[in-house]
Design a protein around this ligand. Structure first.
Ligand code: GAL
Length: 416
């Protein structure tokens, strides 16, 4: 009898110990569209299976501007969430405030340094320590097209150059359909703008003008041509686009109301959630002129310093889960992105994802891999906000000449 009671006591202690280390993890994110919500639900499932309580802190608003505002107010009031969707240079800014938890113990135990491309690992570290866990790799320079709309309009091949694109857009317009589905929000305007700059000027020009913010590049004939092209794209959008959410623009393409959308591959998450098949219902293609380039956007979660041991354990489990193979597969299948973890089995992923994975590696070797400015991967948030506003003013006001627009953008880029 004694033996059994000892065993029972030992089991009880282990369970109690494990239970005591379970904690609540409040996660601030902005994934509220159909595809996004399905994706983040997978992370919630994995954390609940580990015995933790998931407190979902979703802040609507694509691109994350609203979420960033709410996060600042929570941290300033001394009540940060356990984790928040923070990425790119903003990770460095938050880390310099001394509020982010050090994730090195988890990163070491899980061997992150051997599982991440160096360019990614460096973005997740502050002064050599991991302070964020990377979730995925989104490609931003995509053009989505509805196959049936192209057929109806007599567009027989996917445009590869901007001249071919405008010829196709003209045919779609003549067929009485909307050539370009767009949501008039500054991060969406800039998502289109950066693909135009990449397509017109190439990766080196993109880096000089939009990443290095070089004044000569920003006021060059290539930038002039980019702005002329950008304005011509605007002429093929519909009057109801101002303020439209990105996923509602994607829905216009899904529902055969519009032909094209320039958007990152989180848009593919919407096609997937709608049961659409790439190569049959829709086409994923590099934005015109960008097939040798790749604008990357890496989502990541930073953890805030918390005192409670249970919360700290939950944070460590969250970080480990995010980089785990199970989450990396199921999340990215739903989200439209590709795994950030190297050597993942891609057999369940569709051809768009396989193309993205191949191009991510090849463009890293050729210099065609560039950070997305529109999605917070390239420059300090203040300068990013200023040039986004200048670009949106140009997009929204046809009375602003190309010369004036170019001068405004160059001036905004000088914002410190
Ligand atoms: C991006 C984010 C993506 C997607 C998109 C639309 O900034 O990295 O994951 O959410 O915004 O909201």
């Amino acid at each position: 009898m004694l033996k059994i009671s000892k065993l029972a006591t030992a089991v009880a202690l282990v369970l109690a110990g494990t239970a005591a280390l379970a904690g609540e993890v409040e996660v601030l994110h902005y994934w509220t569209s159909g595809g996004e919500a399905k994706s983040v639900a997978e992370l919630k499932k994995i954390m609940q299976a580990k015995g933790h309580t998931w407190k979902d802190f979703a802040v609507a608003g694509g691109g994350g501007d609203n979420a960033a505002t709410v996060l600042k107010s929570r941290v300033v009031s001394g009540n940060p969430p356990a984790a928040a969707q923070i990425k790119g240079p903003a990770i460095q800014e938050w880390a310099s405030e001394g509020v982010l938890a050090n994730l090195d113990a988890t990163a070491k135990a899980e061997k992150w340094d051997s599982l991440l491309p160096e360019v990614v690992a460096n973005v997740m570290k502050y002064k050599g320590n991991y302070v964020a866990a990377p979730v995925n790799v989104h490609r931003v320079n995509w053009m989505w097209a509805n196959a049936a709309v192209l057929k109806k309009a007599g567009v027989t091949s996917t445009p590869k150059t901007w001249d071919e694109f405008f010829a196709a857009a003209e045919k779609v317009k003549k067929a009485g359909l909307i050539p370009v589905a767009h949501g008039g929000q500054n991060w969406q305007d800039f998502t289109t703008f950066e693909s135009v700059v990449l397509g017109v000027g190439g990766a080196k020009f993109y880096s000089d003008a939009l990443v290095k913010l070089d004044q000569k590049a920003l006021t060059s004939p290539t930038m002039q041509k980019s702005l002329e092209t950008f304005r011509k794209v605007k002429s093929y959008t519909d009057p109801a686009s101002p303020g439209r959410d990105w996923n509602l623009a994607t829905a216009m393409v899904i529902q055969e109301k519009a032909a094209f959308q320039f958007m990152g591959d989180w848009a593919k998450g919407e096609f997937t959630a709608a049961g659409k098949v790439p190569g049959k219902d829709y086409v994923c293609a590099p934005a015109p002129g960008t097939d040798k380039a790749y604008t990357f956007n890496i989502d990541s979660f930073a953890m805030f310093k918390l005192k409670d041991p249970g919360a700290q354990k939950a944070q460590a489990d969250l970080a480990a889960s995010i980089m785990g193979t199970e989450f990396q597969e199921v999340f990215n299948l739903n989200k439209g992105s590709i795994p950030v973890r190297l050597n993942m089995d891609m057999s369940k992923f569709d051809d768009c994802a396989k193309t993205s994975a191949k191009d991510f590696v090849s463009t890293a070797k050729t210099g065609g891999l560039v950070p997305s400015v529109a999605h917070g991967m390239a420059i300090a948030p203040a300068a990013e906000g200023a040039i986004k506003d200048a670009v949106s003013q140009f997009w929204n006001d046809d009375k602003i000449t190309v010369a004036a627009g170019m001068a405004n953008i160059a001036k905004a880029a000088a914002t410190k």
